[in-house]
Write a protein that binds this ligand. Structure first.
Ligand SMILES: Nc1ncnc2c1ncn2[C@@H]1O[C@H](COP(=O)(O)OP(=O)(O)O)[C@@H](O)[C@H]1O
Ligand SMILES: CC(=O)OP(=O)(O)O
Ligand SMILES: [Mg+2]
Length: 395
């Protein structure tokens, strides 16, 4: 039996999944939220049961213990299903990791060295790894990097027009993120369509709390909307996405903002939250339906940015076979999908309103039969992709 435990650590949360890789079946999954905030919430799901409780979880190591308690109390018994490997999501692998890596002291050091390039994500990923290695000391651990899928991008896509010496010294270039999801979804798309991945041009819209798009040509990432860090590109829950860099100079000079305040403003106080007062799409939709004009305007900015990238990626790929929506918003928000694809019949994109609004949660076609370009919803499963790569890395 090949059992893999996957850990996706965020700054204040972590998600986990125990997967039987022989059938790619999830035996249990869970979420520990609000770590270090006094009362954390712990959810453990297995065999159709969902158990939620509150606990004091000051750090990720304690979070791991809470996860283990979930397994002990509600199963499955980890002694019966011992993981052969623990797979970890790591957002930034820079130009050091082109593939998944078995974690040793050197890999840990590299992930730490990359913290300046992903200050919100890599420290949490690292803490998760350290916690998990304490608990699963005899098991190999593998890091799977969000950036790895984008290492196929050309220099023309990856370089900023910054002084070349400065860029080199400070490792400033586009690395992208969400690559594990973009890879998984583009492969699922080929499978769904019964097409050979090698001949398929896909535009993947990973629209969750963090959001990015990717132009995938024959299974290779050729362009993506996130940049040196996961701040560039689309409007997100709390992140600005694209912004004239001179805004920073202006706010610093005229507004007296410090570097830390700017970082906080751009990463945590902007995006949907900054535009509408809510960072969660469900709340923004509710407000907009109730007539809130700020929410309506925020949604217009949100969809406009996605359309901007969609147009660019159609051109870069020389046309697309499929436009694919995924992640929390992409999979669930039919209104957003309709807004993004509104009036694109001239381009060969025609949505079927009934299919778009269907309550199905499976991979599905939402374009009309006479749409030249296929439009799909394909649920992402980063954990399964991490499990596949982790298993391959120890083989
Ligand atoms: N039914 C829904 N309609 C609209 N948005 C939804 C729905 N369900 C979830 N979302 C949104 O999905 C987002 C979270 O996406 P997710 O991919 O889980 O993000 P992350 O993994 O980055 O935390 C939130 O903005 C949430 O409001
Ligand atoms: C890279 C990134 O933005 O990740 P998340 O969507 O989990 O915030
Ligand atoms: Mg995410």
């Amino acid at each position: 039996m090949s059992i893999v435990l996957v850990v996706n650590s965020g700054s204040s949360s972590f998600k986990y999944q125990l997967i039987d890789m022989e059938r790619e079946e999830t035996l249990a999954s869970g979420l520990v939220e609000r770590i270090g905030e006094g009362v954390a919430s712990v959810t453990h799901k297995t065999g159709g049961a969902i158990i939620t409780r509150e606990a004091d979880i000051p750090d990720h190591t304690r979070g791991f213990e809470a996860m283990l308690e979930g397994f002990e109390e509600h199963g499955p018994d980890l002694a019966e299903f011992p993981p052969v490997v623990v797979g970890h999501r790591v957002v930034h692998g820079g130009r050091r990791f082109f593939d998944a890596a078995v974690i040793d002291g050197k890999v840990l050091q590299d992930i730490e060295d990359l913290i300046p390039l992903a200050p919100l994500h890599n420290p949490a990923n690292l803490e998760g790894i350290v916690g998990a290695r304490d608990v699963f000391a005899q098991t190999p651990h593998v890091a799977v990097f969000d950036t790895a899928f984008h290492t196929t991008m050309s220099e023309a896509s990856s370089l900023y027009a910054l002084d070349a010496e400065v860029a080199k010294e400070h490792r400033v270039r586009k690395y992208g993120a969400h690559g594990t999801s973009h890879k998984f979804v583009s492969e699922e798309t080929a499978r769904f369509l019964g097409r050979d991945l090698a001949g398929l041009k896909t535009i993947v819209l990973h629209i969750g709390n963090g959001a990015s798009m990717c132009a995938v040509d024959g299974g290779r990432s050729v362009e993506t909307s996130m940049g040196m860090t996961p701040l560039e590109g689309l409007v997100m829950g709390t992140r600005t996405g694209d912004l004239d860099p001179a805004v920073l100079v202006h706010l610093s000079r005229r507004g007296g903002y410090t570097i830390d305040q700017l970082d906080d403003l751009l990463n945590r106080k902007s995006g949907l939250l900054g535009l509408t007062g809510s960072g969660d799409m469900r709340d923004v939709r509710q407000k907009a339906s109730a007539g809130d004009e700020r929410a309506q305007l925020g949604l217009a900015v949100y969809a406009h940015r996605i359309r901007h990238y969609l147009g660019a990626y159609m051109l870069l790929l020389g046309g697309a076979d499929a436009i694919v929506f995924t992640a929390g918003i992409g999979e669930n928000d039919a209104k957003l999908r309709a807004e993004v694809l509104d009036g694109l019949e001239w381009l060969g994109v025609k949505l079927s309103p009934e299919r778009n609004e269907s309550a199905s949660r499976d991979a599905r076609r939402i374009s009309a039969d006479d749409s030249r370009i296929e439009v799909l919803v394909v649920p992402t499963n980063e954990e399964l992709e991490i499990a596949r790569q982790s298993l391959a890395a120890i083989a």
